[in-house]
Design a protein around this ligand. Structure first.
Ligand code: FES
Length: 276
């Protein structure tokens, strides 16, 4: 069993989960994920690592309350136990020295981009971190990210803090600042990842995104996380979850992600949990 040390709301709809998982954090690297099971009747939920403490053996995860299983997870508290935390899974993100790296985090991705930012800074890169959200009250961990960032750029769609606009605005800001990225890394929902690719591909540098596919086993056995990258079939759990988004088949990805929407809506409706 894996004891929960903390489960607290970070911003509306996003939660921090800190769980004791010493064997998982012993070898975990930026960009890897774990699969959690929140108890009977829950799905297996793939969640990116947002931080870890190897001495204490604790793993931090930021998750979004988006369906029945994550709603169950959001009701758990310190002292409760999870029966499954499998990992580390997936291939770590490359964090070599590239030069100037723009790291974009939106939603749960403001958490999962943190270990990537930290490792890239430790490799000697100049880090421009962009935090993107609808409004100021949805931004978090700026203080943690600032420690390893040369510049933090805040983007809010309502203009309540930083620059007003979506990530499209980010390229304009970089242009004004005369910053040319050598690599772009975006963590967040599929829409943010897709938009990051569309807005940044003109730089002709890799735009690394972490795909949020449906997963079951996380070990390449079930095939449910199948996606197409550069014309080749890949399994996000073992070949990813991070890929150069310029080569991802986004149409196929979107179609596969919608497969269980009606079942999930049914479960939410009949479970007394909040909405999707
Ligand atoms: Fe089963 Fe990837 S989750 S093959």
């Amino acid at each position: 069993m894996f004891k929960i040390v903390e489960r607290s709301p970070l911003v509306p709809n996003l939660h921090l989960l800190v769980v004791e998982a010493p064997e998982v954090v012993e070898s975990i690297q930026p960009g890897q994920f774990v699969i959690i099971h929140a108890g009977e009747g829950s799905e297996r939920i793939p969640l990116s690592a947002a931080d870890w403490d190897r001495e204490k053996g604790t793993l931090s995860i930021v998750f979004m309350e988006v369906g029945t299983s994550t709603s169950k997870l959001a009701q758990m508290k310190a002292g409760d136990e999870l029966n499954t935390v499998v990992g580390p899974l997936g291939i770590p993100i490359d964090t070599m020295k590239y030069g100037t790296v723009v790291c974009i985090g939106g939603c749960f991705g403001m958490g999962s981009i943190f270990p990537v930012v930290r490792a890239l800074k430790e490799s000697g890169n100049e880090i421009i971190t962009m935090l993107e959200g609808r409004s100021e009250n949805l931004l978090y961990w700026e203080d943690k990210l600032a420690v390893f960032s040369d510049k933090i750029i805040r983007l809010t769609r309502d203009g309540s803090c930083g620059y007003k606009g979506h990530i499209k605005k980010g390229t304009e800001i970089l242009h004004e600042m005369n910053i040319k990225p050598d690599r772009v890394i975006a963590n967040g929902c599929t829409t943010l990842s897709y938009l990051a690719v569309k807005e940044y591909e003109h730089y002709n540098v890799p735009v690394i995104v972490t795909l949020n596919t449906i997963m079951i086993d996380g070990t390449g056995m079930c095939g449910v996380c199948r996606c197409t990258v550069d014309g080749e079939m890949k399994f996000a759990c073992v070949d990813g979850p991070s890929f150069d988004g310029r080569f991802v088949d986004w149409e196929e990805l979107a179609a596969r992600r919608k497969q269980y929407i009606s079942e999930e809506a049914f479960l939410v409706h009949h479970s007394g949990c909040g909405g999707i």
